[in-house]
Design a protein around this ligand. Structure first.
Ligand SMILES: Cc1cc2nc3c(=O)[nH]c(=O)nc-3n(C[C@H](O)[C@H](O)[C@H](O)COP(=O)(O)O)c2cc1C
Ligand SMILES: Nc1ncnc2c1ncn2[C@@H]1O[C@H](COP(=O)(O)OP(=O)(O)OP(=O)(O)O)[C@@H](O)[C@H]1O
Length: 327
Protein backbone atom coordinates (compact mmCIF):
# COMPACT_ATOMS: atom_id res chain seq x y z
CA UNK A 1 0.00 0.00 0.00
CA UNK A 2 1.21 3.47 -0.84
CA UNK A 3 0.53 6.22 1.72
CA UNK A 4 0.23 9.86 0.69
CA UNK A 5 0.03 12.76 3.15
CA UNK A 6 -2.03 15.62 1.75
CA UNK A 7 -2.13 19.13 3.23
CA UNK A 8 -4.77 21.69 2.41
CA UNK A 9 -4.74 23.37 -0.08
CA UNK A 10 -3.21 20.61 -2.17
CA UNK A 11 -1.62 21.06 -5.58
CA UNK A 12 -1.92 17.49 -6.83
CA UNK A 13 -3.05 17.20 -10.45
CA UNK A 14 -5.56 14.41 -10.90
CA UNK A 15 -3.52 12.94 -13.77
CA UNK A 16 -0.70 12.28 -11.28
CA UNK A 17 -2.92 9.79 -9.44
CA UNK A 18 -4.49 6.58 -10.73
CA UNK A 19 -8.29 6.43 -11.06
CA UNK A 20 -9.59 4.92 -7.82
CA UNK A 21 -12.53 3.53 -5.93
CA UNK A 22 -12.28 5.31 -2.59
CA UNK A 23 -13.61 4.54 0.89
CA UNK A 24 -14.16 7.68 2.94
CA UNK A 25 -14.15 8.21 6.69
CA UNK A 26 -12.11 8.86 9.81
CA UNK A 27 -11.98 5.13 10.60
CA UNK A 28 -10.78 5.11 14.22
CA UNK A 29 -10.69 1.44 15.25
CA UNK A 30 -11.16 -0.19 11.84
CA UNK A 31 -14.18 -1.95 13.35
CA UNK A 32 -16.49 -4.28 11.42
CA UNK A 33 -18.50 -1.34 9.98
CA UNK A 34 -15.28 0.25 8.69
CA UNK A 35 -14.07 -3.10 7.37
CA UNK A 36 -17.32 -3.49 5.40
CA UNK A 37 -16.86 -0.04 3.83
CA UNK A 38 -13.19 -0.66 2.97
CA UNK A 39 -13.66 -4.24 1.71
CA UNK A 40 -16.49 -3.03 -0.53
CA UNK A 41 -14.19 -0.41 -2.06
CA UNK A 42 -11.50 -3.06 -2.67
CA UNK A 43 -14.06 -5.40 -4.29
CA UNK A 44 -15.59 -2.73 -6.55
CA UNK A 45 -12.09 -1.56 -7.56
CA UNK A 46 -11.23 -5.11 -8.68
CA UNK A 47 -14.50 -5.35 -10.64
CA UNK A 48 -14.03 -2.00 -12.35
CA UNK A 49 -10.31 -2.40 -12.96
CA UNK A 50 -9.35 0.63 -10.82
CA UNK A 51 -7.01 0.96 -7.85
CA UNK A 52 -8.57 0.94 -4.37
CA UNK A 53 -8.04 3.85 -1.98
CA UNK A 54 -8.98 4.95 1.52
CA UNK A 55 -9.15 8.60 2.53
CA UNK A 56 -8.79 9.37 6.19
CA UNK A 57 -8.05 12.51 8.18
CA UNK A 58 -5.44 13.44 10.75
CA UNK A 59 -5.44 14.65 13.49
CA UNK A 60 -8.85 13.73 14.87
CA UNK A 61 -11.41 16.42 13.85
CA UNK A 62 -12.31 17.05 17.50
CA UNK A 63 -8.73 18.26 18.16
CA UNK A 64 -9.32 20.98 15.58
CA UNK A 65 -13.03 21.66 15.98
CA UNK A 66 -13.28 20.67 19.64
CA UNK A 67 -13.66 22.96 22.54
CA UNK A 68 -11.37 21.55 25.16
CA UNK A 69 -9.64 18.44 23.84
CA UNK A 70 -6.08 19.18 22.78
CA UNK A 71 -5.14 15.56 22.57
CA UNK A 72 -7.37 12.68 21.60
CA UNK A 73 -6.42 9.11 22.46
CA UNK A 74 -7.33 6.64 19.77
CA UNK A 75 -8.46 3.05 19.33
CA UNK A 76 -6.06 2.83 16.39
CA UNK A 77 -3.41 5.58 16.30
CA UNK A 78 -2.31 6.47 12.77
CA UNK A 79 0.42 3.82 12.35
CA UNK A 80 -1.84 1.02 13.56
CA UNK A 81 -4.68 2.28 11.36
CA UNK A 82 -2.34 2.30 8.37
CA UNK A 83 -1.27 -1.29 9.10
CA UNK A 84 -4.87 -2.56 9.41
CA UNK A 85 -5.95 -0.78 6.22
CA UNK A 86 -2.99 -2.29 4.33
CA UNK A 87 -4.05 -5.75 5.58
CA UNK A 88 -7.45 -5.23 3.90
CA UNK A 89 -5.71 -5.14 0.52
CA UNK A 90 -5.98 -1.41 -0.17
CA UNK A 91 -3.65 0.09 -2.82
CA UNK A 92 -3.55 3.76 -1.71
CA UNK A 93 -4.05 5.51 1.62
CA UNK A 94 -4.61 9.27 1.45
CA UNK A 95 -4.12 10.95 4.84
CA UNK A 96 -5.56 14.45 4.67
CA UNK A 97 -4.33 16.87 7.30
CA UNK A 98 -7.43 18.03 9.15
CA UNK A 99 -6.95 21.78 9.68
CA UNK A 100 -9.39 24.62 10.43
CA UNK A 101 -9.19 25.80 6.80
CA UNK A 102 -9.87 22.28 5.50
CA UNK A 103 -12.87 22.05 7.85
CA UNK A 104 -14.21 25.28 6.36
CA UNK A 105 -14.55 23.87 2.83
CA UNK A 106 -18.08 23.91 1.48
CA UNK A 107 -19.37 20.45 0.52
CA UNK A 108 -19.02 21.19 -3.21
CA UNK A 109 -15.44 22.45 -2.67
CA UNK A 110 -14.54 19.26 -0.77
CA UNK A 111 -15.96 17.11 -3.57
CA UNK A 112 -14.24 19.16 -6.31
CA UNK A 113 -10.83 19.22 -4.61
CA UNK A 114 -10.67 15.91 -2.72
CA UNK A 115 -12.84 13.52 -4.73
CA UNK A 116 -12.97 14.67 -8.35
CA UNK A 117 -9.59 16.43 -7.96
CA UNK A 118 -7.91 13.23 -6.71
CA UNK A 119 -9.17 11.16 -9.66
CA UNK A 120 -11.81 9.21 -7.75
CA UNK A 121 -14.22 7.31 -10.01
CA UNK A 122 -16.37 5.72 -7.34
CA UNK A 123 -16.96 6.55 -3.67
CA UNK A 124 -17.86 4.06 -0.94
CA UNK A 125 -19.02 5.37 2.43
CA UNK A 126 -21.42 4.50 5.23
CA UNK A 127 -25.02 5.70 5.34
CA UNK A 128 -24.14 8.43 7.87
CA UNK A 129 -20.95 9.82 6.28
CA UNK A 130 -20.88 13.61 6.14
CA UNK A 131 -18.52 16.04 4.42
CA UNK A 132 -17.85 19.74 4.10
CA UNK A 133 -18.40 22.65 6.45
CA UNK A 134 -20.52 21.66 9.47
CA UNK A 135 -20.97 18.23 7.95
CA UNK A 136 -23.61 19.62 5.61
CA UNK A 137 -22.82 17.17 2.80
CA UNK A 138 -24.43 13.73 3.15
CA UNK A 139 -24.74 10.57 1.07
CA UNK A 140 -28.04 12.02 -0.24
CA UNK A 141 -26.34 15.19 -1.53
CA UNK A 142 -23.26 13.40 -2.92
CA UNK A 143 -24.81 12.48 -6.33
CA UNK A 144 -25.65 16.18 -6.83
CA UNK A 145 -22.14 17.33 -5.87
CA UNK A 146 -20.52 14.63 -8.03
CA UNK A 147 -21.09 16.61 -11.27
CA UNK A 148 -21.48 13.14 -12.84
CA UNK A 149 -17.74 12.59 -12.48
CA UNK A 150 -18.07 9.59 -10.16
CA UNK A 151 -20.63 7.11 -8.84
CA UNK A 152 -21.22 5.93 -5.28
CA UNK A 153 -22.10 2.98 -3.04
CA UNK A 154 -23.73 3.56 0.33
CA UNK A 155 -23.09 0.93 3.01
CA UNK A 156 -26.16 0.38 5.21
CA UNK A 157 -25.88 0.45 8.99
CA UNK A 158 -24.09 -2.51 10.57
CA UNK A 159 -25.44 -3.11 14.07
CA UNK A 160 -24.97 -5.44 16.98
CA UNK A 161 -27.74 -6.00 19.55
CA UNK A 162 -29.61 -3.11 17.95
CA UNK A 163 -26.70 -0.69 18.40
CA UNK A 164 -24.69 0.75 15.52
CA UNK A 165 -21.11 -0.51 15.51
CA UNK A 166 -19.14 2.74 15.87
CA UNK A 167 -15.93 4.17 17.25
CA UNK A 168 -18.05 5.78 19.97
CA UNK A 169 -19.43 2.37 21.05
CA UNK A 170 -15.91 0.86 21.12
CA UNK A 171 -14.68 3.78 23.26
CA UNK A 172 -17.58 3.29 25.67
CA UNK A 173 -16.79 -0.42 26.11
CA UNK A 174 -13.10 0.38 26.71
CA UNK A 175 -14.07 2.99 29.28
CA UNK A 176 -16.13 0.36 31.11
CA UNK A 177 -13.36 -2.24 30.84
CA UNK A 178 -15.62 -4.54 28.78
CA UNK A 179 -12.74 -5.76 26.63
CA UNK A 180 -14.34 -9.21 26.17
CA UNK A 181 -17.10 -7.53 24.11
CA UNK A 182 -14.69 -5.87 21.69
CA UNK A 183 -14.08 -8.80 19.32
CA UNK A 184 -17.78 -8.63 18.38
CA UNK A 185 -17.24 -5.06 17.16
CA UNK A 186 -13.64 -5.17 15.98
CA UNK A 187 -13.38 -8.71 14.65
CA UNK A 188 -10.20 -9.02 16.73
CA UNK A 189 -9.13 -8.45 20.33
CA UNK A 190 -8.19 -4.90 21.24
CA UNK A 191 -4.42 -4.33 21.11
CA UNK A 192 -1.97 -1.68 22.28
CA UNK A 193 1.75 -1.58 21.58
CA UNK A 194 4.49 -0.43 23.91
CA UNK A 195 8.05 -0.83 25.10
CA UNK A 196 9.15 -2.72 28.22
CA UNK A 197 10.62 -0.16 30.65
CA UNK A 198 11.95 -0.13 34.20
CA UNK A 199 9.40 -0.37 37.01
CA UNK A 200 9.87 0.00 40.72
CA UNK A 201 11.44 -3.50 40.75
CA UNK A 202 9.11 -4.64 43.53
CA UNK A 203 7.33 -7.29 41.47
CA UNK A 204 10.07 -9.89 41.68
CA UNK A 205 10.24 -9.50 45.46
CA UNK A 206 6.56 -10.46 45.82
CA UNK A 207 6.81 -13.48 43.49
CA UNK A 208 5.12 -11.83 40.54
CA UNK A 209 7.69 -10.12 38.33
CA UNK A 210 6.03 -7.71 35.92
CA UNK A 211 6.97 -6.08 32.64
CA UNK A 212 6.14 -2.37 32.85
CA UNK A 213 4.91 -1.01 29.54
CA UNK A 214 5.30 2.51 28.14
CA UNK A 215 2.83 2.92 25.27
CA UNK A 216 4.40 3.66 21.88
CA UNK A 217 1.48 5.76 20.66
CA UNK A 218 -1.68 7.63 21.72
CA UNK A 219 -3.68 4.50 22.49
CA UNK A 220 -6.87 4.51 24.51
CA UNK A 221 -6.49 2.28 27.56
CA UNK A 222 -9.23 0.11 29.03
CA UNK A 223 -10.59 1.19 32.44
CA UNK A 224 -8.23 0.82 35.41
CA UNK A 225 -8.22 -2.74 36.68
CA UNK A 226 -6.86 -6.24 36.26
CA UNK A 227 -7.20 -8.14 32.97
CA UNK A 228 -6.42 -11.53 31.40
CA UNK A 229 -4.16 -10.71 28.45
CA UNK A 230 -2.03 -12.27 25.76
CA UNK A 231 1.23 -10.55 24.88
CA UNK A 232 3.15 -10.70 21.64
CA UNK A 233 6.93 -10.55 21.99
CA UNK A 234 8.68 -11.03 18.67
CA UNK A 235 7.11 -14.19 17.29
CA UNK A 236 6.01 -15.49 20.73
CA UNK A 237 2.43 -15.20 21.98
CA UNK A 238 2.27 -15.61 25.75
CA UNK A 239 -0.46 -15.49 28.40
CA UNK A 240 -0.55 -13.32 31.46
CA UNK A 241 -2.36 -10.92 33.78
CA UNK A 242 -2.14 -7.16 33.47
CA UNK A 243 -2.77 -4.43 36.00
CA UNK A 244 -3.63 -0.94 34.78
CA UNK A 245 -3.51 1.42 37.70
CA UNK A 246 -1.77 3.37 40.41
CA UNK A 247 -0.90 0.54 42.85
CA UNK A 248 -2.85 2.01 45.80
CA UNK A 249 -1.38 -0.61 48.15
CA UNK A 250 1.97 1.18 47.79
CA UNK A 251 1.03 4.74 46.72
CA UNK A 252 -1.48 6.99 48.45
CA UNK A 253 -1.84 9.42 45.54
CA UNK A 254 -2.49 9.04 41.83
CA UNK A 255 0.26 10.77 39.92
CA UNK A 256 0.58 11.02 36.16
CA UNK A 257 -0.59 8.26 33.86
CA UNK A 258 -1.54 4.85 35.25
CA UNK A 259 1.13 2.17 35.06
CA UNK A 260 0.60 -0.85 32.82
CA UNK A 261 2.21 -3.99 34.22
CA UNK A 262 2.03 -7.50 32.84
CA UNK A 263 2.93 -10.64 34.73
CA UNK A 264 3.61 -13.24 32.02
CA UNK A 265 3.01 -16.86 33.12
CA UNK A 266 6.03 -19.17 33.32
CA UNK A 267 8.43 -16.61 31.92
CA UNK A 268 11.78 -15.41 33.21
CA UNK A 269 13.62 -13.66 30.36
CA UNK A 270 15.10 -10.18 30.47
CA UNK A 271 12.97 -8.19 28.02
CA UNK A 272 13.79 -4.57 28.93
CA UNK A 273 13.66 -2.38 25.82
CA UNK A 274 11.66 -4.89 23.78
CA UNK A 275 8.45 -4.05 21.93
CA UNK A 276 5.38 -5.73 23.35
CA UNK A 277 1.82 -5.89 22.06
CA UNK A 278 -0.89 -6.44 24.66
CA UNK A 279 -4.07 -8.17 23.52
CA UNK A 280 -6.88 -7.49 26.02
CA UNK A 281 -9.07 -10.53 26.66
CA UNK A 282 -11.11 -10.17 29.81
CA UNK A 283 -11.53 -7.91 32.81
CA UNK A 284 -11.00 -9.77 36.06
CA UNK A 285 -11.58 -7.09 38.72
CA UNK A 286 -10.99 -3.50 39.84
CA UNK A 287 -7.70 -2.41 41.33
CA UNK A 288 -7.82 -2.46 45.16
CA UNK A 289 -5.88 -1.09 48.10
CA UNK A 290 -4.80 -4.05 50.23
CA UNK A 291 -4.03 -3.85 53.94
CA UNK A 292 -0.92 -5.97 53.50
CA UNK A 293 1.42 -7.20 50.79
CA UNK A 294 0.42 -10.79 51.65
CA UNK A 295 -3.21 -10.04 50.80
CA UNK A 296 -2.12 -8.54 47.48
CA UNK A 297 -0.05 -11.65 46.72
CA UNK A 298 -3.02 -13.95 47.51
CA UNK A 299 -5.25 -11.90 45.21
CA UNK A 300 -2.74 -11.86 42.32
CA UNK A 301 -2.52 -15.67 42.63
CA UNK A 302 -6.34 -15.81 42.28
CA UNK A 303 -6.18 -13.46 39.29
CA UNK A 304 -3.67 -15.79 37.69
CA UNK A 305 -5.89 -18.84 38.27
CA UNK A 306 -8.96 -17.07 36.82
CA UNK A 307 -6.99 -16.01 33.76
CA UNK A 308 -5.60 -19.52 33.29
CA UNK A 309 -9.15 -20.95 33.55
CA UNK A 310 -10.25 -18.48 30.89
CA UNK A 311 -7.39 -19.42 28.57
CA UNK A 312 -8.06 -23.16 29.06
CA UNK A 313 -11.59 -22.60 27.71
CA UNK A 314 -10.41 -20.26 25.00
CA UNK A 315 -10.39 -21.27 21.36
CA UNK A 316 -9.71 -18.84 18.54
CA UNK A 317 -13.08 -19.63 16.89
CA UNK A 318 -15.21 -19.10 19.96
CA UNK A 319 -13.15 -16.26 21.34
CA UNK A 320 -16.18 -14.39 22.58
CA UNK A 321 -16.64 -16.11 25.91
CA UNK A 322 -18.92 -14.40 28.36
CA UNK A 323 -17.82 -13.89 31.95
CA UNK A 324 -20.52 -16.37 33.05
CA UNK A 325 -19.06 -19.22 31.06
CA UNK A 326 -15.69 -18.74 32.71
CA UNK A 327 -16.50 -18.24 36.39
C1 LIG B 1 -2.28 -9.15 38.15
C2 LIG B 1 -1.89 -7.98 38.99
C3 LIG B 1 -2.82 -7.40 39.84
C4 LIG B 1 -2.48 -6.31 40.65
N1 LIG B 1 -3.42 -5.75 41.47
C5 LIG B 1 -3.09 -4.75 42.30
C6 LIG B 1 -4.04 -4.19 43.18
O1 LIG B 1 -5.22 -4.55 43.20
N2 LIG B 1 -3.64 -3.19 44.02
C7 LIG B 1 -2.34 -2.72 44.01
O2 LIG B 1 -2.04 -1.84 44.79
N3 LIG B 1 -1.43 -3.21 43.15
C8 LIG B 1 -1.77 -4.21 42.30
N4 LIG B 1 -0.84 -4.72 41.43
C9 LIG B 1 0.44 -4.05 41.29
C10 LIG B 1 1.51 -4.58 42.22
O3 LIG B 1 1.43 -3.80 43.36
C11 LIG B 1 2.81 -4.38 41.46
O4 LIG B 1 2.92 -5.31 40.44
C12 LIG B 1 4.03 -4.44 42.35
O5 LIG B 1 3.99 -3.40 43.24
C13 LIG B 1 5.32 -4.36 41.52
O6 LIG B 1 5.48 -3.13 40.92
P1 LIG B 1 6.77 -2.79 40.02
O7 LIG B 1 6.79 -3.75 38.85
O8 LIG B 1 6.56 -1.36 39.59
O9 LIG B 1 7.93 -2.98 40.89
C14 LIG B 1 -1.16 -5.79 40.59
C15 LIG B 1 -0.22 -6.37 39.75
C16 LIG B 1 -0.56 -7.45 38.95
C17 LIG B 1 0.46 -8.05 38.03
N1 LIG C 1 -21.79 0.51 11.61
C1 LIG C 1 -21.55 1.02 10.42
N2 LIG C 1 -22.24 0.57 9.33
C2 LIG C 1 -21.99 1.08 8.12
N3 LIG C 1 -21.09 2.05 7.87
C3 LIG C 1 -20.40 2.54 8.89
C4 LIG C 1 -20.59 2.05 10.21
N4 LIG C 1 -19.75 2.71 11.04
C5 LIG C 1 -19.07 3.59 10.26
N5 LIG C 1 -19.45 3.50 8.98
C6 LIG C 1 -18.92 4.27 7.87
O1 LIG C 1 -17.50 4.13 7.87
C7 LIG C 1 -16.89 5.37 7.55
C8 LIG C 1 -16.03 5.86 8.68
O2 LIG C 1 -16.81 6.04 9.83
P1 LIG C 1 -16.41 7.11 10.93
O3 LIG C 1 -15.06 6.80 11.41
O4 LIG C 1 -16.62 8.46 10.38
O5 LIG C 1 -17.50 6.91 12.05
P2 LIG C 1 -17.96 5.81 13.15
O6 LIG C 1 -17.18 4.57 13.19
O7 LIG C 1 -19.45 5.69 12.99
O8 LIG C 1 -17.60 6.49 14.51
P3 LIG C 1 -18.22 7.65 15.40
O9 LIG C 1 -18.71 6.92 16.59
O10 LIG C 1 -17.02 8.49 15.69
O11 LIG C 1 -19.29 8.32 14.63
C9 LIG C 1 -18.02 6.34 7.21
O12 LIG C 1 -18.23 6.29 5.84
C10 LIG C 1 -19.18 5.76 8.01
O13 LIG C 1 -20.42 6.16 7.49
Amino acid sequence: MKTLFISHPHHIKKEELPPTVMALGYFDGIHLGHQKVIRTAVKIAAEKGYKSAVMTFHPHPSVVLGKKEKHVRLITPLKKKEQLIAELGVDYLYIVEFTPSFAQLFPQEFVDQYIIGLHVKHVVAGFDFTYGRLGKGTMETLPFHSREQFTQTVIPKLSIDGEKISSTYVRQLLKNGDVDQLPRLLGRFYEVEGTVVDGERRGRTIGFPTANIALNDDYLLPALGVYAVKVKLGSDVLQGVCNVGYKPTFHSTREGLPSIEVHIFDFAKDIYGETMTIEWHMRLRSEQKFASVDELITQIQRDKEKAQAYFRNFTENTCILSQKEVF
